[in-house]
Design a protein around this ligand. Sequence first.
Ligand SMILES: Nc1ncnc2c1ncn2[C@@H]1O[C@H](COP(=O)(O)OP(=O)(O)O)[C@@H](O)[C@H]1O
Ligand SMILES: Cc1ncsc1CCOP(=O)(O)O
Ligand SMILES: [Mg+2]
Length: 279
Amino acid sequence: MDAGAKEQRDPAWWGRRAWSLLSAVRARAPLVQCVTNLVSMDIAANALLAAGASPAMVHSLREVPDFTPRCDAVYVNVGTLSEDWLPSMRAAASAGRPWVLDPVAAAASGFRMEACLELLALRPAVVRGNASEILALADRSVPAASNFKGADSSHESVDALEAAKSLALSSGSVVAVSGAVDFITNGEQVVGASNGVPMMQKITATGCAVTALIAAFVAIEPSDALVAAACALAVFGLAGEIGMESSKGPASLRMHLIDALYCLDEEMVTSRVTIALRP
Ligand SMILES: Nc1ncnc2c1ncn2[C@@H]1O[C@H](COP(=O)(O)OP(=O)(O)O)[C@@H](O)[C@H]1O
Ligand SMILES: Cc1ncsc1CCOP(=O)(O)O
Ligand SMILES: [Mg+2]
């Protein structure tokens, strides 16, 4: 990105970009193969459908050669990793389609960390995790931290910003750290997306669902994964904000977030998406 391009990327530019990518998802309904965890399957598929994409939860190794090449993007998520599924993840990630990785609870075990690092070496377009996951991946270790919370983060997204940058440089992938502010970086530029509500952390697999949405946006914009990831995170966060207006707690937010994602219009997206290039 040259200096001229940077200057054009004001908040209004991001709003228009988010709307154009969401509109393209709706128009083209990209097919997204999801090799994802058992907890997330329902919300990830429903989030993709509400946004206009076509989800397919296909994880048999024997189906990858026929199915994956016909997909517009692949989503790999290690949340309920088992030895049986790892070969499918490897194969789907290696099928030549743009793909994204969600390293759920990367520090849960040596097995999971090794699997994440092996998958990362297959060059996802984007890796999206919470702060604890990105810190662990960047460190390539399973720390004996007393505050380890499994799939939940025990850090703020800003705590993982430097780790995200170094992980992006070492892996060649765009790295997105979610949280109160979502940071998205290719190691050089950093973009912050500030949409969302804290209650989203109280719904299981919202992180998994937003990573699925990133895959749909990457299917539309494979040559600019940084922009695709930032816009997907902001759009999902905005759906959370609008959904929260009618919600009493996590269960109703889950429903209203999906409805809001489906109902987003140009005015809402261009006026409320909050994305900015960080200095
Ligand atoms: N404190 C917060 N304020 C606003 N949005 C948040 C907050 N924490 C998380 N989110 C949003 O919730 C979604 C899931 O993020 P996160 O909880 O970090 O992931 P995970 O579920 O993988 O731990 C993202 O869209 C993120 O932007
Ligand atoms: C609770 C849980 N356990 C294994 S996968 C999973 C879901 C994690 O979802 P998220 O990373 O979006 O919180
Ligand atoms: Mg997660």
